[in-house]
Design a protein around this ligand. Structure first.
Ligand code: NDP
Length: 299
């Protein structure tokens, strides 16, 4: 079997177009321009790339984009002051504090200080709790993108066996909640799971969020399963340069799976598109106006 490749790049582009149309509609009907503030502390090169593309795509979607680049030496108090200002700024509907933060700053304290209504990353305990209890919430972008991609293969996930490998607060745990909300039967695996390959083979849907290059092997995959690879790992190439691979051994898994996301070009592009989606949602909720109709409305 050769798996169908799930084109996350194309899917994300389609979603961003829908968001741009929704943004135009909000401006015309309500004079509402969703605003996203991205805060970057320090010089982490990967974070700088992410922040740049987030800002670019925010503007392309017709939204107001603000970037705050703070030095590596920024104190926790300084960052909390900025968060307080952004919480109070009526032109800002979404605030994203790019992780990781430098050592002197307690990241959880900063996340806790965000106005939950503007928490477009969905990491505030209020949003995590709302998601877990089935209340409307701002949902973390990467898991949201994973579910949209799975639903591009299966119109309904109801009753499907889903295996999630990884239980981080950023990916694994919120993904479990989203899959439960879709009525999938969910197994969560982690570093203490026994017989991981066997557990993985149960999955009609396999979500790999482990952070280990090419960790999930082809013979762990049930024939015909849908594989969503969240991993972003840099590995050396023969020419001394490096390349990005996922948490799944792609070539092996693609020979067994029914559908699979590539890395790059799978989950990654969906994450930013979902950030824009969350910003529009947050803006509508704060302004008390209905979210314009969009084709893609998971969760
Ligand atoms: P974390 O390191 O926070 O979590 C990794 C999870 O994998 C943990 O729950 C850990 O288990 C589990 N794990 C580690 N080793 C094993 C093992 N040998 N067997 C089974 N489970 C294991 O990572 P994140 O969730 O933040 O990220 C996961 C991956 O997704 C990374 O590659 C990251 O780069 C990528 N990522 C991609 C994004 C995107 O936009 N595409 C966004 C965010 C992340 P335990 O809890 O027991 O320690």
């Amino acid at each position: 079997m050769t798996a169908r490749i799930i084109d996350g790049k194309a899917r994300a582009e389609a979603l961003r177009k829908e968001i741009a149309a929704a943004t135009r509609q909000l401006a015309q009907a309500h004079g509402l321009v969703p605003g996203l503030a991205v805060v970057l502390v320090g010089e982490n090169p990967a974070s700088q790339v992410y922040v740049h593309s987030k800002a670019k795509m925010t503007v392309e979607a017709g939204m107001h984009s603000v970037e705050h680049r703070l030095p590596e030496t920024t104190s926790e108090a300084e960052l909390l002051t900025l968060v307080g200002q952004l919480n109070a700024d009526p032109a800002i509907h979404g605030i994203l504090v790019q992780l990781p933060l430098p050592k002197q700053i307690d990241g959880q304290k900063v996340l806790n200080a965000l106005d939950p209504a503007k928490d477009v990353d969905g990491f505030h305990p209020m949003n995590a709790g709302r998601l877990a209890t089935g209340l409307p919430a701002l949902v973390p972008c990467t898991p949201l993108g994973c579910v949209i991609l799975a639903k591009s293969v299966h119109a309904s996930l109801e009753g499907m066996e889903a295996v999630v490998i990884g239980r981080s607060n950023i990916v694994g745990k919120p993904l479990v909640q989203l899959l439960l909300a879709e009525n999938a039967t969910v197994t969560v695996a982690h570093s203490r799971t026994k017989n991981l390959a066997e557990v993985c083979r149960r999955g009609d849907l396999v979500f790999a969020a482990v952070g280990r290059a090419q960790f999930v092997r082809g013979d762990w995959i049930k024939p015909g399963a849908t594989v969503i690879d969240v991993g972003i790992n840099r590995i050396p190439k023969d020419d001394g340069k490096s390349r990005i691979v996922g948490d799944v051994a792609y070539d092996e898994a693609a020979g067994v799976a029914g559908a699979i996301t590539p890395v790059p070009g799978g989950v990654g592009p969906m994450t930013i598109a979902c950030l824009l989606l969350n910003t529009v949602r947050a803006a509508c909720a704060i302004a008390g106006v209905p979210l314009p109709a969009m084709g893609i409305r998971p969760g």
